[in-house]
Each structure stands twice: as C-alpha cells, then as structure tokens.
Design a protein around this ligand. Structure first.
Ligand code: DOR
Ligand code: ZN
Ligand code: ZN
Length: 405
C-alpha cells in the first residue's frame, strides 16, 4: 500500500509525505514516492496521519461480563476511534490472576478482535506471586488495586504487595490520593517500573513530580474524562449523578486544568481511557463505576489541541509513542521504517457533534454524546490493512502483540 499526501508530525514539525507499506510494516517514508510500484493507493488528501493510538487501559469485559462489552464490540469501538492497540485489564470473570485464566482469555480473544491487544495480569490478596512471575514476560504489567473498585481485587497486605512487586516485570496500579505515594515508595524500594493509572487530582501530581525528580521510574496516566469532565458536570441532573460516577471520581475544574498542564509538560505521560463499559440500566439500578470512552478518545483529545491545552506533537507522544515505550512494545507507536503500519487518518476540520447513533460499544452510551468532536477519524489501518474506512470495517485480524514481537 502507498499512502499519498499524508501530513505527519515528526518531532515538532509537520511534513507532507508519502508512506510505503509492505508486509504490514512501514518501509519508506518520504516525498513523492513513485506510484509505479503497483501498490494500492490510499490518498490521505493532505489530512493528518498519526500512528495508531495505543490505549493502555481498557476493560473489554471478556470473559464474564459480555453483556456490557465483549472483545468483538470493544475492539471494533477501538478501531472506530483510531485505537489500533489496547491493553485489557484483569477484572474479568474469571479474573486474570492465574495462567489458566490468562489462557482462557487468550482463547476467547483469538480471531475475535479487530485491533491488536495485550493483557495485564492481576495481583491478588491471596498472594499469587508465583503466577505473577510466570505471566510477567507474557503480559504488559501486573495490575494491582490499592483502592476498592469494580471487582474484588484490592490488595492491602504490605508483605503480599512486596511479593507481587518482586515477581513483576512492571506494575500498574489503581491508586488514589495517599495510595499513589504508597505505590511509589514500593516501586522505589523493590525497583520496578510503576505505571500510575488514571491520575485525577492536582495533589497526586506532586507525588509524581517528586518521584521523577529523584529518578524513580514512574509514569502517570490520565483519562479523557478526568480532563474534560468534573463534579459540576456530574451534579447536573439526576441521571448524570449516576452515569458519571467513576473510580477515581470526577474532580474539580481546577484539577482538570492542573492535569492538562501536567500532561503537556511531562508530569503525566499517557492518555489511557479506562474504557469501563456498563449498561445504563445497570448504572440506574445500582451505583456502578466507570464509563465507556475508547471510541472517542482521539476525537475528544483533539479538542485539547484546538483549545490550546496540548500541542499536536505532544498529543501524538502521549497517545502513541509513550505507551509503546513505557510498556516495551518494539514495533508500535511510530510512523517510521520497520514499525507496524498502524495508523489513523483524521479530518481535523470536522467538528460535528458526537451522536448517539454512532456508538459501537455494547454499553450503548457515551459521556460525550452531544459534544462537538475536535477531529473525525476517517480511516484506521492495522498492520497495513484498512480496518475502518467510511463506515466499513475490515475483518477481525487483531492479534496478541507480545507474541509477535
Ligand atoms: O470506574 C471504574 N470502573 N474504575 C475502575 O477502576 C474499574 C472500572 C470497571 O472495571 O468498571
Ligand atoms: Zn482503576
Ligand atoms: Zn480501569
């Protein structure tokens, strides 16, 4: 495939290039590449072309909660949003806390995903560090819950936490407030890279800033909802009071602003959606935390560019390059020779409203319906094959990233 007239971001520059793709990899990026290669031509028409988004934080609900989402619907939603790789969290049923459960999840994913994927492995309060160790090289990180959240995965015992840290290659945590500091201290003591999921408070940024300053390997993630939404949005109606409940909870407008700054200036490193689909009936019937968002993350985040809160080169870093680097993906996250040809073409002038009818997630709602998008995903390509273009989806050819590197 030859992609013509692609506006790409290299460093802080924007350049118009053609991109040659063979066997699913980028093989040439340059000006006026010959058209006599008998390659299929995809004309980007001068639109921005970004590496496929890597969403390091999703709950695709397979197995166990497939009435909320399943691997097929969730990965299709991802592709629609320009996300070509995602990492799945372990709070499924069974939870991904044993090699057996990991295998079972793998089998269910096989042949059913539109996007490429990798798995987290969960640490448990029953001290499953032996299983954690077995899974360490095959999964992106061990996920540990330092606070109560959806699922029954809290780990509180210090000795067990240490055992799990020791057995891990890297650790990702759901930690809020002081627990952020506790996780950082453990990472420092046991010397493991630490990924802090969904940072939501200005105060938590201080812990990260200090840790980075003294050279601890720690990374911060922020979700689109903690950037764009706050308590005021949640308190608007009886419905939003239920629908916009999430863990961590939405915070204040001041926190929104502090998070944007931290994202632009390097205290925060990635956007992860924490795509956590629940049906609205469930959210109405019982207090249920989490919201779907994988399919609008890029389109929403581009609003941040429009509003001057983040630069486009930085957006590309935090949504593509950084997740690949932090989790050691060698073939993803960049439009460069030798990398997987995962990319997305967007129309940055399309600010149309996000519509209820367009939603692909089984959860069938989005906190962003009615909002104007910052750009529109036109085309999503996975390893050189068009997966989404003008409303048409390709076939389910997603595969496990760590098995193919
Ligand atoms: O709001 C949340 N929902 N936070 C979490 O940590 C888990 C997630 C879910 O799985 O629903
Ligand atoms: Zn969480
Ligand atoms: Zn989560």
């Amino acid at each position: 495939m030859l992609v013509k007239n692609a506006k790409i971001i290299m460093g802080t520059e924007e350049v118009m290039v053609d991109i040659l793709i063979q066997d699913g990899k980028f093989v040439k990026v340059g000006r006026n590449l010959a058209e006599d290669l008998k390659e299929e031509i995809l004309d980007a028409k001068g639109h921005y072309v970004l590496p496929g988004m890597i969403d390091a934080h999703t709950h695709m609900r397979t197995p166990g909660f497939t009435h909320k989402e399943d691997i097929s619907s969730g990965s299709k939603a991802a592709i629609r949003g320009g996300v070509t790789s995602f990492f799945d969290m372990p709070n499924t049923d069974p939870a991904t806390v044993s090699m057996e459960a990991l295998e079972e999840k793998r089998n269910m994913y096989q042949g059913n995903s539109y996007a490429d994927y990798a798995f987290y492995f969960g640490g448990t309060r029953f001290d499953n560090h032996e299983e954690v160790q077995k899974a360490a090289e095959e999964t992106v990180a061990t996920k540990i819950f330092f606070n109560v959240s959806t699922g029954d995965m809290l780990v509180e015992d210090d000795r067990i936490l240490e055992n799990i840290f020791h057995a891990s290659k890297r650790v990702a945590v759901h930690a809020e407030r002081e627990m952020v500091e506790k996780a950082i201290q453990l990472a420092r003591k046991i010397k493991k890279p630490l990924y802090l999921c969904h940072i939501s408070l200005e105060k938590e940024l201080e812990y990260i800033r200090e840790a980075k300053e003294i050279g601890i390997e720690v990374y911060g993630e922020v979700t689109p909802h903690h950037l764009f939404l706050n308590e005021e949005d949640r308190e608007q109606t009886e419905e939003t009071k239920l629908f916009l409940r999430t863990k961590p909870e939405l915070k204040t407008k001041k926190d929104n602003e502090a998070l944007w700054k931290a994202l632009q200036y390097g205290i925060l490193d990635t956007i992860g959606t924490d795509h956590a689909p629940h049906l609205l009936e469930e959210k109405k019937a019982k207090l249920t935390f989490g919201m779907p968002s994988v399919e609008h993350s890029l389109e929403m985040m581009w609003k941040g560019v429009e509003e001057g809160k983040i630069t486009l080169p930085r957006l590309q870093e935090v949504m593509c390059e950084n997740p690949a680097n932090i989790f050691g993906l060698k073939t993803k996250g960049k439009i460069a020779v030798g990398y997987d040809a995962d990319f997305v073409i967007v129309d940055e002038k399309d600010h149309s409203e996000i519509q209820q009818e367009e939603i692909i997630s089984k959860a069938a709602w989005s906190p962003y319906v009615g909002q104007k998008r910052g750009c529109k995903v036109l085309t999503t390509v996975l390893r050189g094959e068009i997966m989404y273009h003008e409303g048409i989806f390709g076939k389910k050819r997603g595969r496990e990233i760590l098995k193919h590197e």
